[in-house]
Write a protein that binds this ligand. Sequence first.
Ligand code: ADP
Length: 484
Amino acid sequence: GAPQLNNPKLFRQQCYIDGAWLDADSGKVKEVTNPATGELLGTIPDMGADETRRAIEAANRALPAWRAKTAKERSNILRRWFDLMMAQQDDLGLLLTLEQGKPLAEAKGEIAYGASFIEWFAEEAKRIYGDVIPQHQGDKRIVVVKQPVGVVGAITPWNFPNAMITRKAGPALAAGCTIVIKPATQTPYSALAMAELAEQAGIPAGVFNVVTGSAKGIGGEMTSNPIVRKITFTGSTEVGKLLMEQSASTVKKVSMELGGNAPFLVFDDADLDAAVEGAMMSKFRNTGQTCVCANRILVQSGVYDAFAEKLAAKVKELKVGNGLEEGVSQGPLIDEAAVEKVKEHISDAVSKGAQVAIGGAPDAKGGTFFQPTVLTGVTTEMKVTKEETFGPVAPLFRFETEEQGIAMANDTEFGLASYFYARDVGRIWRVGEGLESGIVGINTGIISTEVAPFGGVKESGVGREGSKYGIDDFLEIKYMCMGL
Ligand code: ADP
């Protein structure tokens, strides 16, 4: 049934366009279910290209006044938005668990993480500096200014229903852009709650819009409408490529946070207990459903057996269940298709000689619950090598030398996050520099923070989010050459 919130206004079943709460033109809706119970949570408007066009036009009308505000004025409004989020962290966390499934403590953690991007970019808004360049001719002067790119279209995934909204909207609004967002259909309520709070924070009508419904209809309009100057997307590489193609006809700027295939290397000189702890956090956070989750655990021969044993023992302690239950660390997978992929990766590995150290099957709770799994004896012929599992499966590969470990780690078209555990300082530099990824976790399994640049190389994406670099993706550089 409907969520029981302290502030019921945070549960919105309409879209937010130009400061108004609206249904689809057709009156049609889509249903949203709780992945832990299969129960209906509510509905959302099934909007398409027409409603999206109107949202884009509203964002365009709101743009001149929003970008003309001083940075401090925008900053103060964003700060209010941040404060409202933190004041309602419990409600927002509950809503997130109900639509996404992650354990409540993790969901509240995501709200704090999501809010941190609004706070950070409220601060960064005031530090968008230009430049004066020494002239190339005596009678000229050269000044560089930075300006907002304009109307932004954002498309976000279901695994971080709150933080993927704020990581895009925070820098966009701070820079002076206006935005139209399409959240994932599985998890729209966290995004709609952010619209409610945006209104309360005093974000003017048209500056922040949320449109739900047809991915093709909404995405098609966003990528083809010439008013939209930038597309920012987090999701699969497959859809990212499609959006880049579609955006090419009007030469939009694009930021793409796409799939990963993160290697997690454990070297002979690693602190093994720390490596196990890091692997647990990197692999099993959000039930393995993050794009920076360790997908391949590569262990050097000398410590392979010991590491496998310690990891399996820790995995045994994980509690699977409804994220609202006390002590649960592993919620359900998002849907049946996710379960099928996990099953397929396990059966493919086992058929080619891998062993199941623990887990390996759907959980007795039924639904989309799955046993946290460790596979040993995994080799590079198996599917888990090439594809992101996006589930609670830790496949353990063996390597001999440092060079071989790095080569195996880099043998993928992806390059978002990688991790390694080692103590030798020379090795730490060599491996850190040698890994082909935008993010490297060294002796840590947790790398996400608003203060550091998040993003990938190779087919994992374009652009960076968070940090002092994250606002650049929403700014254009203009150079003014003045004759005296
Ligand atoms: P995931 O595997 O995380 O669901 P997707 O790339 O399929 O990744 O989805 C991420 C987001 O992209 C979701 O909001 C989804 O609705 C949207 N999406 C999927 N297909 C398209 C498309 N053809 N055009 C625009 N958006 C799309």
